[in-house]
Design a protein around this ligand. Structure first.
Ligand code: FUL
Length: 488
């Protein structure tokens, strides 16, 4: 009898022990590199706007030489509220303004130069576009970012150490006078020639050393700790290597930090990032809603269509990037009605296409799960902070999704829980056919990386069982969200 009891006690202890082993409540270790909290918050914004505005707008040009008279800037009805209201209706979560473009003209009254709005007839020289925009953003609840061109074709000191100090001082003004800034844009362009105080010559600088970027970045980090720093190679986020607004389907949020700098010549690599990069630096896909960055009346009939913008959304946000869409403000000082109408329709289209998640009440299971805290169902709970993860040594496994009834899908969204890194290297989406066999969906791009968000569109399929096979991963996958749609 005693033995019997002992045996039961032993069996019970074994069971409890085993389930304790199976129910691992420890999160997977981060898979380096990982993003900072600011980088995560930034990527979750997904879409935000660029505004290109300045003397170029009035002189019908893209790159001012630096010699435009300061009074060339004279908008008749400048209204930053109109910009921001439009951007909010277009789903944008922030806006970045060309506070100073390559022509060196400042849209705020900088203490360090008179080449600014203070010398313009606009509001009798008392206006400040950056302030107006900061206030409008605050009023409408979106974030503001700044573009301060390092290349300055106006300043006589350009090319000397004095100019670099001037640049830092302007950066300090923008970082301290206008409230919170979410992103600072360090442009890599440098064409060499310019007005330069009347010298009218070509000035070459060493792009990788002249501006002492680490110092500029430390100014930003110190004064705006929440800001993400953009340049060709980050450190906060990177240029995507084209100005067409898309990233490659295979897109790593990493770069080789010792290699990439503003003006990096092998910029095409940035469309996919560096799979072996040591620094977290996700891609920002910038493009203009028109061919030019600045307003040109002759482009009024060349505004991108809703279809084109929609496709870009899928290839930027849906390829693990953010979309930075430029609006060239016109000479009135307003976003042109054609641009605003298209942008708002585009946003409505995305909301419509991705509005009805057909996997919202599906049942999720997985080939392996590390414990209850990481259960497969967490991929379908709509909570970004909860995720499924298998055991540490599992780098290939499957996720099965069952719906009560057949659903027709042609689009699936997958998301990795990026605070723990970007892990997945390759996956396949399949559906179960009526004869019980798994068949991969047919899509026209490779299913490799996922990252913060991957949207895969494919030829429509009807099924009640779907499977995501993770084929390879840098460490055990951590997936926090899966959604399915029928996009008509
Ligand atoms: C480029 C600039 O040269 C263009 O004028 C524009 O500002 C674009 C966003 O970045 O490098």
């Amino acid at each position: 009898m005693l033995n019997h009891r002992r045996m039961w006690a032993w069996a019970l202890a074994m069971l409890i022990g085993l389930s304790a082993i199976a129910d691992n409540d420890q999160a997977p270790a981060p898979c380096l590199p990982v993003p900072s909290a600011q980088q995560v918050a930034w990527q979750r914004m997904e879409t935000y706007a660029f505004i290109h505005f300045g003397p170029n707008t009035f002189l019908d040009q893209e790159w001012g030489y630096g010699d435009a008279p300061a009074d060339a800037f004279n908008p008749t009805r400048l209204d930053c509220n109109q910009w921001v209201e439009t951007l909010v209706k277009a789903g944008m979560k922030g806006v970045i303004l060309t506070c100073k473009h390559h022509d060196g003209y400042c849209l705020w009254p900088s203490k360090w130069t008179d080449y600014s709005v203070a010398s313009s007839p606009w509001r009798d020289g008392k206006g400040d576009v950056v302030r107006d925009l900061a206030e409008a953003c605050k009023r409408h609840g979106i974030k503001m970012g700044v573009y301060l061109s390092p290349w300055d074709r106006h300043q006589a000191s350009y090319g000397t150490p004095e100019y670099v100090n001037y640049y830092y001082r302007q950066l300090q003004e923008l970082m301290t006078q206008y409230g919170e800034v979410f992103e600072v844009w360090f442009d890599g362009a440098n064409g060499g020639d310019g007005w330069y105080g009347g010298a009218c010559e070509k000035r070459e600088i060493d792009r990788s050393t002249y501006y002492d970027y680490p110092k500029a970045w430390s100014i930003v980090n110190h004064l705006q700790p929440g800001a993400v720093i953009f340049s060709d190679g980050g450190p906060g986020c990177r240029w995507v290597g084209n100005e067409k607004g898309y990233a490659n389907a295979t897109n790593w949020a990493f770069v080789r930090s010792q290699e990439v700098y503003p003006g990096y010549p092998r910029y095409e690599e940035l469309q996919s990032g560096h799979a072996d990069g040591d620094a977290w630096c996700a891609s920002e896909c910038d493009t203009s809603i028109r061919p030019g960055w600045f307003y040109h009346e002759k482009e009024d009939n060349q505004v991108k269509t809703v279809d084109e913008l929609t496709s870009l959304y899928y290839r930027s946000v849906g390829h693990n990037g953010t979309l930075l869409l430029n609006f060239p403000v016109n000479r009135d000082g307003l976003i042109h009605p054609i641009d605003s109408a298209i942008a708002v329709q585009w946003h409505e289209r995305i909301v419509h296409e991705l509005g009805n998640n057909l996997l919202a009440s599906a049942k999720f299971s997985a080939g392996d799960t590390r414990g209850n805290r990481f259960a497969p169902q967490l991929m379908g709970d709509g909570d970004w902070d909860t995720y499924w993860a298998p055991n540490d040594d599992v780098t290939s496994t499957e996720i099965v999704i069952k719906t009560k009834k057949d659903v027709t899908l042609n689009c699936i969204i997958l998301q990795e829980y990026i605070p723990l890194g970007q892990r997945v290297k390759a996956f396949v989406i399949e559906s179960k056919t009526c004869c019980g066999k798994w068949a991969p969906v047919i899509c026209d791009e490779e299913t490799t990386t996922i990252g913060y968000k991957r949207i895969v569109r494919f030829a429509e399929r009807t099924a009640s069982e779907w499977r995501i096979r993770i084929i390879d991963s840098r460490a055990c996958p951590c997936i926090n969200n899966i959604e399915g749609y029928y996009v008509d």
